[in-house]
Design a protein around this ligand. Structure first.
Ligand code: SF4
Length: 343
C-alpha cells in the first residue's frame, strides 16, 4: 500500500518514544481544539515555534535522504482515489511483477552511492500474502541491510506474524499511512477500513519495527480533517518514528485528477503542526515537491521537515532531480544525514 508518491522517513529502531532533550515534551493526549489552534496560529509564529522545537530535537539540522523504489507496480485491487496504481483507474500504469531480488539490490547500491541512508521498497498490494513473493521481499530486506542501509517497506496490510518475520529479516521501518482523518477517509478509500490501517501500524510497532505513518493533503478534506489526521498520529501509544506529509499530485485517470493544487503555505502549516505535535519524529516532506519552489521547500525545512525523498520517481510519480536536490541543499548550507548519524 504505497500511497503512491507518498511516503516516509528516518531515525530507526524506535518503538517507544525516545527520551526527549530538555525543553521538549512528548504528549499523546492532544485535544482537537489545541491542534486546530496550533495549525491556525499566525504563520510566522507557527514556524518559529516549530523551528525552535526542531532545533532542540535535532540540533545538527541534518536532512535525511531516502530513496524509494517501486518493487511491484500497478494492478492493485484497492480503490485509493489518489493512486495511479489502482487497477480500477485508467492511469496508464501497467501492472508489473515483483522485481527480481538482484535488480532491487543493484538499485539499493546505486542509492547508497548517491548518499541515501534509507532504502524504501513499495509494492502495490492490498496486503502481504504469505508465499514466494513475501519470501522474496524478506530476501530484499536482508540484502539491503547487508549493504549497510536502513530498510523500509510499504506492502499494504500486514499480520502480526508477517511483521515478526520482517523484523527478523532486519526491517528497520514499515510505512503505512493514515492518509487523512477518520471522518474523511471513506470519501477516499472504500476497499479497506481506517481501523485496518491502525491494526497494521500496531502490528509493526509491536514487532519492534519503527513506524512510518503520515498522510496527504489536497484531496478535498477540510482543515479540521487535516488536524484530525495529525491528532490520530500524535495520540498513538508512541509517535511514529517518521511522519511523511504529502501534497496530492493529481494523476489523470484517478477520481482526484481535477483537484486544485495545494497552496505551499498550507503544506508549511501541516509540517509545522506535525513538528510541534511530534517533536522527535522525522517529518518527511514527501510527494508534491515538484510543484514547490525552492523557497517553499526551504520554508518547509525551516518549519520542521528533516527528510526528503530523492530520485526522479516516487514510485510512479515525478520528483525533483537528484542534481536539483543537491543544488538546493548546497545553496542552503544543509547537510545530508550520514549513515553514522542514524540513531
Ligand atoms: S493500496 Fe493499492 S491503490 Fe491503495 S495506495 Fe496502495 S497501491 Fe495504491
Amino acid at each position: 500500500m504505497p500511497t503512491d508518491g507518498v511516503l516516509f522517513h528516518a531515525h530507526a529502531h524506535r518503538q517507544v518514544d525516545p527520551s526527549p532533550p530538555s525543553g521538549v515534551t512528548l504528549r499523546h493526549d492532544w485535544a482537537q481544539d489545541e491542534v486546530r489552534a496550533i495549525h491556525d496560529s499566525p504563520l510566522l509564529e507557527l514556524v518559529h515555534r516549530a523551528h525552535s522545537l526542531h532545533r532542540l530535537g535535532f540540533p545538527d539540522g541534518r536532512v535525511q535522504l531516502c530513496s524509494l523504489l517501486s518493487v511491484k507496480s500497478g494492478g492493485c485491487s484497492e480503490d485509493c482515489s489518489y493512486c495511479p496504481q489502482s487497477a480500477r483507474f485508467d492511469t496508464g500504469v501497467q501492472p508489473e511483477r515483483l522485481l527480481p531480488v538482484p535488480q532491487v539490490l543493484e538499485e539499493a547500491k546505486k542509492a547508497r552511492a548517491l548518499g541515501a541512508t534509507r532504502f524504501c521498497m513499495g509494492a502495490a498490494w492490498r496486503e502481504v500474502k504469505d508465499g514466494p513473493q513475501f519470501e522474496a521481499v524478506l530476501e530484499m530486506v536482508r540484502g539491503v541491510r547487508a549493504l549497510g542501509l536502513e530498510a523500509c517497506c510499504t506492502l499494504g496490510m500486514l499480520s502480526a506474524e508477517q511483521a515478526r518475520r520482517l523484523k527478523e529479516a532486519g526491517l528497520t521501518a514499515y510505512n503505512h499511512n493514515l492518509d487523512t482523518s477518520p471522518d474523511f477517509y471513506g470519501e477516499i478509500i472504500r476497499t479497506h477500513a481506517y481501523r485496518e490501517r491502525l491494526e497494521t501500524i500496531a502490528h509493526a510497532r509491536d514487532a519492534g519495527i519503527a513506524v512510518c505513518a503520515g498522510g496527504i493533503i489536497g484531496m478535498g478534506e477540510s482543515v479540521l480533517d487535516r488536524c484530525r489526521m495529525l491528532l490520530a498520529l500524535a495520540n498513538q501509544p508512541a509517535h511514529p518514528e517518521s511522519v511523511p506529509i504529502n501534497a496530492l499530485v493529481p494523476i489523470p485517470g484517478t477520481p482526484l485528477e481535477g483537484r486544485p493544487k495545494v497552496e505551499p503555505l498550507e503544506l508549511v502549516r501541516m509540517i509545522a503542526t506535525a513538528r510541534i505535535l511530534m517533536p522527535m519524529s522525522v517529518v518527511r516532506l514527501s510527494a508534491g515537491r515538484l510543484a514547490l519552489s525552492e523557497e517553499a521547500q526551504l520554508l518547509c525545512l525551516l518549519a520542521g521537515a528533516n527528510s526528503i525523498f530523492f530520485g526522479e520517481r516516487l514510485l510512479t510519480t515525478g520528483n525533483p532531480s537528484y542534481q536539483a536536490d543537491m543544488a538546493l541543499l548546497e545553496k542552503a548550507g544543509l547537510r545530508p544525514l550520514e549513515p553514522e548519524g542514524l540513531r
